[in-house]
Design a protein around this ligand. Sequence first.
Ligand code: ACO
Length: 427
Amino acid sequence: MAKDTMTLTNNATGESYEYDILHATRGPSVVDIRTFFADSGLFTYDPGFTATAACESTITFIDGKKGELRYRGIAIEDLAKHHSYMEVCFLLLNKRLPSKDELVDFDLEIRHRAFLHRGLQKLFDAFPDDAHPMATLSAAVTALASFYDEHVDIDDEAAYLEMAHRIISKIPTIAAFAYRQSLGIPFIEPDINLGFTENFITMMRAYPGGKMHLNATGHDHVKDVEVRALDTIFTLHADHEQNASTAVVRGVASTGAHPYVAISSGIAALWGRAHGGANESVIAQLEFIGSVDKVEAFIEKAKDPDDDFRLMGFGHRVYKNFDPRAKILKKLQDELRDELGLDTELMKIARKIEEIALSDDYFISRNLYPNIDFYTGIILTALKIPTSMFTPIFVIGRTVGWITQWIEFKKDETSKIARPRQLYLGE
Ligand code: ACO
C-alpha cells in the first residue's frame, strides 16, 4: 500500500518536497518534517508550538474538541470514579492498572520512601518565613538530586522505577515541609501507617505528636470525604500530555540532566499564572470580586480589549469545548457542598461568573470555558488548604506524569536535544 505523504511547494522557487504522514492511533496524524530544513533551507515558524508535535507518546491522550482525556487509553471519568490516585500512578508508570496484590506492594513502596534525608531537611531553614512554598519546593527537589546521583545514568527498568517511586513519595513530604516552614512551625514526619493522600493532609495539618485537633482526645482523624476529594484532585492532575511544564521537563531531560532537576524545572514552569499558578489566582480573584453583585462589572472588564484583566480559571490552549477535569470537579464540588461546608459566598460568586460567561457571546465565540483551576480552589479551601499550597498540590499530582514523560523520553531512541530555531529580525 502506498504511504500517505504531503507535498510542500515553495511558490517562489517552484521546488516541491514530499513528506511522510505518520498516523496516530487517536487524534491528529503528523507530517514528518525532520528533513525540511536540509531539503529547503527554510525553518518552520510556530511560536507556542500550536501545531507542532515534538515527540511520540503512549501516555496521555487529549481530544480538545470532544473534551476527552485518557491516561494509557483509560478515560479520566472512569479513573476518577473507580480508581485511587495510587492506582493511577501505577497505571502511568506501568502502562496498566495494578492487580490487588500489586497495588498493596506499590502503596507500601511509596509509603516507605516518603522520608527525607536529614541533610535535606536543613535546607528548609535557609528560606525566609514567608517564602512561597513553590520556591522552596523547586529548590528542595533540585537539592534532592544531589542525594541520588546514580539516577543520572539509568539503563534498566528496576532503576527507572526506583527513581520514579522515590520522587513520587517524597514530593508530598517536601511540599508539606515547605508549607510548615512558611509558617515557622515544626515539621510532621510521614506516617507509614497512612496512605499517600491522608498522610499528606496529616503532614500539613497535624500538631506535633500526630494529634489532629485541639480537643479532649486530640485524636480525630482526617475525614474520608476529604481524602476522597484530594485523591480525585491528584488523579485529575496526574498528567496532561505535552503541556508547558511537561515540555520543560522533556527539554531538560534532553540535555542529559538529572531527572529530579528536570522535575524541579517543571515545578518552576508550573508556578506561572498562565499555567498551574492559575488555581491560586482564581481564589484571589473571587475574593477580590467580593460579592455577587460585582460579577457583571468584572465580566465586562475581562471582555474589554484595552484591559489586561482575564477571568482566571477560564480558557485553555487545547480544550475548546469543555475541560473534562473541570466537569468532574464541578460534580464533586456539588456532591461535597454539605459534607465539606464549602465556602458558600465564594461559591455563589463562582456560580454567577460561570452562569454569565457560559451564555456570553465573547466567551462562547472564543471557546472559553471553566478549566480545572476554576473548581479546585473552592474544594481545596474547604479542605483547609491555604491558597499558597494550591499550586504545590498540583505539583504533587503532576509529578508522576512528569517522571513518566521523562522516562519515555529517555527510552525513545529518536529523542534529540530540544533546540528550536528562530526567525531573526535584528540588525
Ligand atoms: N478571560 C478573558 N479573555 C480571555 C481569557 C480569559 N481567561 N482567556 C483567553 N481570552 C481571550 C483572549 O483575550 C483572546 O481574545 P482575542 O482573540 O480577542 O484577542 C482569546 O481569548 C484567545 O486567547 P489566547 O491567550 O490567545 O489563548 P491561549 O490558548 O494562548 O491561552 C490560556 C490559553 C493561557 C489558558 C488563557 O485562556 C488564559 O490566560 N486563561 C486564564 C489563566 C488560566 O486559567 N490558566 C489555567 C490554564 S489550565 C492549566 O494550566 C492547568
